[in-house]
Design a binder for this molecule. Structure first.
Ligand code: PD2
Ligand code: ZN
Length: 286
């Protein structure tokens, strides 16, 4: 019989944990008190984590925030230096919890970066953004790059990268939008924005029909500018350098600014910036 079956986490215990937290007792003190009352350590930790997480979520929804949904979550609990991308070990260079941002090193080879750029070049056109009023697409002065989309699984290099991302991020390939390649020349940028769809906008219900909310983004750097062009997170004053082969991943568990995932592509000051972006949805993207 497992420990969790021998010690039941009752509603009374959950209420007691919430009361302790509200009275200002820290996690260590609450755990110590539970251990002294005979709770097994793994049951006590699980009870505290799940209870407090549930309580925070309940409070958030009561305050009018959209409910949290599952998001891709690279397995970083034990702070590994590398994560398995299937055909490649990918370095974890930096991880932040709020916003959830992870910087990866060596996600793509130089040859893969070059191949994506060359395949994209003949198909580039001025980038569009979602027209929030209608759910369609429009040219937007906030986004001055040129870009194109590959179909999911369109060619071998795209298939290889999509499989690697699915493994690395533990998220189904079919939930990904097509890989998008973007080219920024000097002076061009992508002003700070959120990648999720605003539930208050009239076009959002139409957009959500194709696979639900966006829940995460990974921006992969294919070509390095000489100056500028970092990916910025203004709420936390973070700027990620656009180093070829590296990538920045971030997730957002609710379509709300409380995720602190406001982000932008800073203006390129010299040279050219090339990236590939993959936006991940809640469900299969059709
Ligand atoms: O080019 C970037 O760094 C960037 C910045 C913000 C890309 C995106 N957003 C995106 O593709 O969503
Ligand atoms: Zn974005």
């Amino acid at each position: 019989m497992s420990t969790t079956q021998t010690q039941q986490i009752t509603p009374q215990l959950r209420q007691w944990i919430v009361d302790q937290a509200q009275a200002g007792h820290g996690a260590d003190a609450v755990l110590k008190s539970m251990l002294a009352s005979g709770w097994k350590e793994d049951v006590a930790i699980e009870a505290m984590e799940s209870t407090l997480q549930g309580h925070i979520e309940q409070q958030a929804v009561q305050q009018g925030l959209p409910a949290a949904i599952p998001v891709p979550d690279p397995k970083l609990a034990e702070s590994p230096l590398y994560l398995d991308g299937g055909d490649r070990q990918v370095c974890v260079l930096q991880a932040m919890y709020s916003p959830r941002v992870v910087v990866f090193g060596g996600l793509l080879s130089d040859e893969e970066c070059e191949a994506l750029i060359e395949l994209a070049k003949p198909r580039l056109a001025r980038s569009l953004t979602v027209a929030t009023k209608t759910g369609g697409e429009e040219v937007n002065a906030d986004r001055t790059s040129n870009g194109m989309f590959f179909q999911r699984g369109e060619n071998e290099v795209v298939r290889t990268i999509e499989a690697r991302l699915a493994r690395l991020l533990d998220w189904p390939e079919e939930n990904g939008e097509g890989l998008q390649v973007l080219h920024y020349q000097p002076g061009t940028e992508y002003k700070p924005h959120y990648d999720y769809f605003d539930p208050a906008e009239p076009g959002t219900p139409t957009i959500l029909k194709r696979g639900g909310q966006r829940v995460a983004t990974i921006v992969m750097y294919l070509g390095e500018p000489e100056k500028g062009g970092g990916t910025t997170f203004p709420d936390v004053h973070l700027e990620v350098a656009p180093k070829r082969g590296n990538a920045v991943f971030f997730s957002y568990e609710r379509p709300h600014p409380s995720t602190k995932t406001l982000h932008g592509g800073a203006p390129v000051l010299a040279g050219e910036k090339w990236i590939a972006t993959k936006w991940l949805r809640e469900r299969r993207f059709e």
